[in-house]
Design a protein around this ligand. Sequence first.
Ligand code: AN7
Length: 368
Amino acid sequence: MSMNAAGSRLKQGGGVIDRYREFLPVSNSTPIVSLGEGNTPLVYSAKLSARIGRGCEVFVKNEGVNPTGSFKDRGMTVAVSKAIERGARTLICASTGNTSASAAAYAARAGIECTVILPAGKIASGKLLQAFVHGAKIIAIDGNFDDALRIVRKLGQRESLVIVNSINPDRIAGQKTAAFEIADLLGDAPDFHLLPLGNAGNLTAYWAGYREYQGNGRSKRLPAMFGFQAAGAAPIFHDKIIERPETIASAIRIGNPASWRQARAAIDQSKGVVDLVTDEQIIEAQIWLAQHEGIFVEPASAAAIAGLFKCCNAKDAAYSFQKIPEESRIVCTVTGHGLKDPDALTARMGKITSVAANEEDVLRALGL
Ligand code: AN7
């Protein structure tokens, strides 16, 4: 088989633009920049379902298996394809890590430049390495994500720079496809959708996707949207800008979300809630999911699982699962891969001491 034939055949298994072209702002003349993103596993969790009980089913949408390890790739394929169509030469973004990793990879794929503006010392090591290895120009600022985004908004006024943060509507358009995939697989939208809330673009995108699918008859239901913020970075929950957001979940260390208004509207319209989870609850949920379902997610992603547990258990939660009807379908989106942020857990692992390289010593170490 010629290279071209193999190439075009592989292209049929392409990314979210190939699969959901009719719902996306692309035309036949848009050059598609894709790494085969999307089509991520929707994993049924018997153990999470049992925690809630009453015949409810819980699914985990594992976005960590996207090409750069997070959900950002869904929006980036659309944003970068459109940027190339418009003749862009340089992408720019502010990021807590995953947007910059994704932008850097898609820029490399497209053969254009990428500049990323990052809060110094606050990016998980795997994500920073991704920006580096894909050849992005990395600028660290003595400030947080909100400061970085403020600068990027200004720089984006220059014609030579295309912003690929979620204030670019092409990003949100691409991220809607996760809701399409879920509705296609389940045969309808779920009853409840839980996810972490940072800059609030993803919750906004899911809601837009579910509404669009319902609007054109592909699904019937609309889920209640539940967003979970880290306790130290919960501007939407407290309804006020947090000047110095802090959390171990560095991806959602955001005090002034760009899509605040849209996410608030989505939560209200869907009769959902916004709630917060502590760093301890986040890490506990991260380890629980890794040890009970074999799914390793980064701390920000574990906020969705921590939120599920909080709804199950706590009397003080903004929402209690006592109110969830029997046999409800619940989807939790886990947004990024655990390997991106090894430092969040290595302290817990402790030191592993070695034993002599023989069967007896290994058996003794095993207590056998
Ligand atoms: C793993 O990369 O904002 O509410 O600059 O990386 O749509 O912002 C990342 C956000 C959740 C929050 N989980 O999603 C960035 C950035 C992970 C993330 C979020 C992010 P949004």
